[in-house]
Design a protein around this ligand. Structure first.
Ligand SMILES: [Zn+2]
Length: 668
């Protein structure tokens, strides 16, 4: 009822809506001219610049893995496309098509599932290999050792390990494919400026990064390891000035955080005692500095390393008692990754009870958000594939927002496509033609994203082909357009009709709602397209720095110039002579702000029409994502669209649900 009232009110408020047809924007519904016979000669590649990518496939596997339907299948982000490599993927048995199982480091969430009986080939650093052999019992002949900066050819690809600054033996793998493509898998890592000087990493641009996104949120702030170590050193020395007979205890899990007790041992010139379980791990690490501190008798070491679970007052008081008069005080450190509220080092407060003092210290072996951002901005990968916190839709949603909206200089390029159940009658040869990303203008990008979203919402599979002259191949000049069999269909409305004709299950709704959806679509598509066109073709700074150079680079001179001015004339005429013309900059901004406000009022659930997305959601998502991910010399549009919380959340929701692969390209 509430929904219907809103729709009726909206219709009354906009009595003169009409659908316009022209070569650039809004398309007449049911115009049969949009369907024409396709002839192969239309598709001669005059620039030879075509890329293709099969949709679905691996992502489908990921979905199955998550939902636990049937056998547990390896998610797509653990397999390296075009290779027989999988990374940190031991929980899926022997994976079809995979021959080399890379292990980035010896933490259980990465080797989980690895057993002595494993028969595959493991690729890892020598420290990790020793740990796997000693702790799990895998035979020595099953390893290919790749230590930092020792390039190793594996199945035709050059694999280079780079220190991940995580735990001992942890490496990132740089994989250089036979075709020159460079893929970096960070495993778990703490991004460091040193990586920006690494000869292998900076030799050439990196195409794809499989990224440790453990703390990929601006709320995760914590000090550099060196600062924390300095603070630990100061606390220890100050404590000892007052309490001379102090036993120092460091908490530990398995491997990692060794630097905490190393700094204390070196400051106090003390030995260290560790439990026998920890000793087995430390022997594999074989760190000369640690070895020089190690003693077997507790009584000979002032620094003891205990399991993290023992770092509590009760256990430590009991522990201290056994030393009688030798130690009268105990100082313990409990290194944690990140603590709520992001404590700064100056605010560190001990927890003191009687003669036991415990400090929780922020010591992370993963990157803070700012380190991650710096790393990505430095390496400018064409693709980012998050590998952590991607297990459920909620987390994918927030990750999507971070990547698209916070690193918003990144341009939408292409995402992995998750598919719901495939529509049975869907033509298998469907191709979606886009202009190549370098020549894609804002309003075209909006249409491309909208169309992809609608096809995905319908659960329909397609291949994308990029053509520099897509605009001239399209029957109406609109991009994107689709080709199936001998038929070409262009214009967002016509494509939506076509998709819906194959997928009757997609949002069953009343005729009235159906009609209203269409009215909304026409109206908002026109309003947003007009504003986008105004910015791109009438805003002087944007025209000079973005539109003109981008447009003329498509064609040889003088054709480029002729086409440019003809296009600019047509578009300017369209914007300034419509039923609601945009005459100046302020007008453009005001209209978008006002229409976004109207839009947010229309929402009756997480999506515009309730719990399920419709083509209207897809359309708005397309426009907003395009605006957010296009770096223009004036980002006013991007700012006002980000300020509208309801719409911003809608985009996050759709992005997480239908575009979770997050393969993004930075705009250049
Ligand atoms: Zn780890």
């Amino acid at each position: 009822m509430a929904k219907q009232l809103k729709i009726t009110a909206f219709m009354k408020a906009k009595p003169k809506l009409e659908v316009k047809t022209d070569e650039l924007g809004v398309i007449t519904i049911d115009d049969s001219s949009m369907f024409r016979k396709f002839e192969e000669d239309d598709f001669v590649e005059d620039y030879g610049n075509t890329t293709k990518r099969k949709k679905q496939g691996p992502v489908k596997s990921a979905i199955k893995e998550e939902t636990r339907n049937g056998p547990r299948l390896c998610p797509f982000y653990k397999k390296i496309p075009g290779t027989k490599f999988a990374v940190d993927a031991f929980n899926f048995g022997l994976i079809p098509g995979i021959q080399f199982y890379f292990l980035t480091h010896f933490h259980s969430d990465h080797y989980n599932g690895l057993r002595k009986s494993f028969v595959g080939t493991i690729v890892c650093s020598s420290i990790t290999a020793k740990l796997v052999m000693s702790q799990i019992g895998v035979a020595e002949n099953q390893f290919i050792i790749v230590d930092p900066h020792q390039p190793t050819m594996i199945d035709g690809s050059n694999v280079i390990a780079v220190d991940a600054f995580h735990c001992p033996g942890a490496v990132m793998f740089l994989m250089i494919m036979p075709n020159g493509k460079r893929i970096l898998h960070t495993g778990d890592f703490r991004a460091s400026p040193e990586m920006e000087k690494d000869v292998y990493l900076i030799e050439k641009p990196i195409d794809s990064i499989y990224l440790d996104t453990t703390y990929c949120d601006p709320n995760y702030k914590f000090p550099a390891q060196s600062e924390t170590l300095k603070a630990i050193q100061n606390i220890t020395l100050n404590h000892l000035k007052i309490h001379k007979k102090t036993l120092i205890v460091c908490g530990t899990y398995s491997i990692g955080k060794e630097k905490v007790f190393k700094i204390i041992c070196s400051s106090l010139k003390s030995n260290v005692w560790v439990s026998s379980a920890k000793l087995r791990l430390i022997k594999c690490i074989d760190d000369p500095e640690i070895n020089s501190y190690l003693v077997h008798e507790k009584s000979k070491a002032q620094v003891h390393v205990l399991p993290m679970r023992d770092i509590n007052h009760q256990a430590l008081r009991d522990y201290l008692k056994q030393y009688g008069e030798k130690y009268t005080s105990l100082l313990a450190f409990k290194p944690t990754g990140w603590t709520e509220g992001g404590k700064s080092l100056s605010e560190l407060k001990p927890n003191v009870k009687e003669n036991v003092t415990i400090y929780g210290v922020p010591y992370s072996e993963h990157s803070s958000y700012s380190e991650l951002e710096r790393f990505i901005k430095f390496f400018k990968p064409k693709q980012i594939i998050p590998t952590v916190n991607v297990g459920n839709p909620k987390k994918r949603e927030s990750m999507f927002k971070i990547f698209v909206f916070v690193f918003c200089s990144m341009e939408y390029h292409q995402f992995s496509a998750p598919m719901d159940e495939q529509s049975e009658n869907w033509p298998i040869d469907l191709k979606l033609f886009h202009p190549i990303p370098e020549y894609l203008f804002l309003h075209e990008k909006a249409n491309c994203i909208s169309v992809e979203a609608i096809l995905k919402m319908c659960g329909l599979s397609f291949e994308i082909e990029y053509r520099p002259n897509a605009e001239y191949m399209s029957p109406t000049g609109d991009v994107p357009f689709i080709k199936t069999g001998n038929t070409l269909i262009s214009g967002i409305e016509a494509i939506i009709d076509f998709a819906k004709s194959y997928d009757k299950s997609f949002t069953k709704r009343s005729e009235e709602i159906e009609r209203d959806t269409r009215v909304y679509m026409n109206h908002f598509h026109q309003v947003l397209t007009d504003a986008e066109l105004y910015f791109i073709w009438c805003h002087e700074k944007i025209v000079q720095e973005y539109t003109y150079p981008r447009y003329v680079s498509k064609y040889p001179w003088p054709l480029s110039s002729i086409l440019y001015y003809s296009k600019k004339r047509n578009i300017t005429k369209r914007i300034k002579s419509g039923s609601e013309p945009i005459t100046n900059y302020d007008e453009a901004i005001r209209r978008v702000e006002c229409e976004l406000e109207n839009l947010s009022k229309l929402m009756v659930g997480p999506y515009f029409f309730g719990d399920s997305p419709t083509e209207f959601d897809a359309l708005i998502f397309g426009h907003l994502t395009a605006i957010q991910t296009t770096a223009l010399p004036d980002d006013a549009l991007s700012i006002i669209t980000r300020e509208n919380e309801a719409i911003y959340n809608l985009c996050g929701l759709i992005g997480a649900r239908y575009f979770p692969g997050l393969l993004l390209t930075k705009e250049t």
